[in-house]
Design a protein around this ligand. Structure first.
Ligand SMILES: [Mg+2]
Length: 338
């Protein structure tokens, strides 16, 4: 099989600010995998938080010792080999895993959701993310997002209450908040008690990823469910955090692809947890791959492609928060017409 990798620049509609970083564009790496008859597509959206960038992901993707399975249906073998060959490069692993699934789906002539045995109409509504900004810009962004029934509000600043007041005054939408590990234990205790005043549905990653005692304490007193994102990368992370959370935010780029995402979903369910499927800043290639698994989840946060001004692809569509999966074979992603 022939693999090629290309770095692309995705320009953001608004600079994207969370508690630890701000960015105006994102560099991702596209992968295409050809067996001569069909070509599968994948995307790596590397995250600086996990020590990855476009340069390291691209280098990983063209490394000669990455032995691809000769048969794209050898997905378990492919997954194991990738993890061994590319430690610490979960986004690069996800790109290849996605391309193998796309290729296999194209060969079968069926969309991925069908191969997984899922009903695409059971995909949960996706939230739309409101990054950290000044009150006027936040108000403007909330107005622009009027068609979304669920908003995810980024917090983890000194001005969190002001942000929440601004958003709640501007909308009646369901609100979720994400502190991106930006609160101390004291601050988190204070904040979770105030969240019901703003009718917040859930709070994501209130404390640093490894603060298990803090998370357990917080869960005991929190009137709103706690979801963990940065604490959980792969399925084997779930057991030790099981008493610290109500749900987990799963991302292909953290866990290394659809195979591991499935294991995460089943492990989370076995621990009685709720499941959200989320994303990084990604084009329609990776967002669509995640959307194919979304019927297995309770919540979706698949808006990465909607934050981009120059998405080269089209795949899953979002209408008033509803995820509409393409019924073309494989991922069902095509290049946008000029
Ligand atoms: Mg998050």
């Amino acid at each position: 099989m022939l693999l090629s990798a290309k770095t692309i620049r995705l320009d953001l509609i608004h600079p994207f600010r969370i508690s630890r970083s701000v960015s105006a564009y994102k560099e991702n790496v596209l992968v295409s995998l050809s067996d001569g008859a069909f070509t599968g597509m994948g995307e790596a959206a590397p995250s600086a938080y996990y020590g990855q960038d476009a340069v390291s992901a691209h280098a990983a993707l063209v490394r000669p010792d990455v032995i691809l399975p000769t048969d794209p249906f050898d997905l378990e073998i492919g997954d194991k080999r990738l993890r061994t060959a590319l430690p610490g490069q979960s986004a690069a692993c996800a790109a290849i895993d996605m391309a193998l699934h796309d290729l296999a789906g194209r060969r079968l002539g069926i969309p991925l959701y069908r191969w997984f045995g899922l009903d695409p109409t059971r995909a949960p509504l996706t939230s739309f993310t409101i990054g950290i900004d000044d009150p006027e810009t936040i108000e403007k962004k909330v107005r622009e997002a009027a068609s979304f029934p669920i908003l995810k509000v980024k917090l983890g600043t000194e001005r969190d209450l002001e942000i929440l007041k601004t958003v709640r005054t501007a909308t009646n939408a369901t609100l979720r908040v994400d502190a991106n590990a930006g609160w101390s234990r004291e601050r988190a205790k204070e904040m979770v008690r105030l969240l019901p005043d703003f009718d917040v549905e859930l709070v994501e990653q209130p404390l640093p990823p490894d603060d298990r005692d803090g998370l357990r304490m917080l869960r005991d007193i929190s009137p709103v469910p706690i979801f963990l994102d940065e604490s959980i990368q792969v399925s084997s992370d779930i057991p030790r955090f099981a008493g610290c959370m109500d749900g987990v935010n799963i991302k292909l780029m953290k866990c290394g692809g659809l195979r591991e995402a499935l294991r995460l979903i089943h492990t989370a369910r076995a621990h009685g947890l709720r499941v959200m499927i989320g994303c990084m800043i990604e084009s329609s290639v990776a967002i669509t791959a995640a959307a194919h698994l979304s019927p297995l989840t309770d919540h979706a946060d698949l808006d990465g492609h909607l934050l981009i001004a120059n998405d080269p692809f089209e795949g899953v569509k979002v209408r008033e928060g509803r995820l509409i999966l393409p019924d073309r074979p494989g991922l069902g992603v095509v290049r946008k017409k000029e």
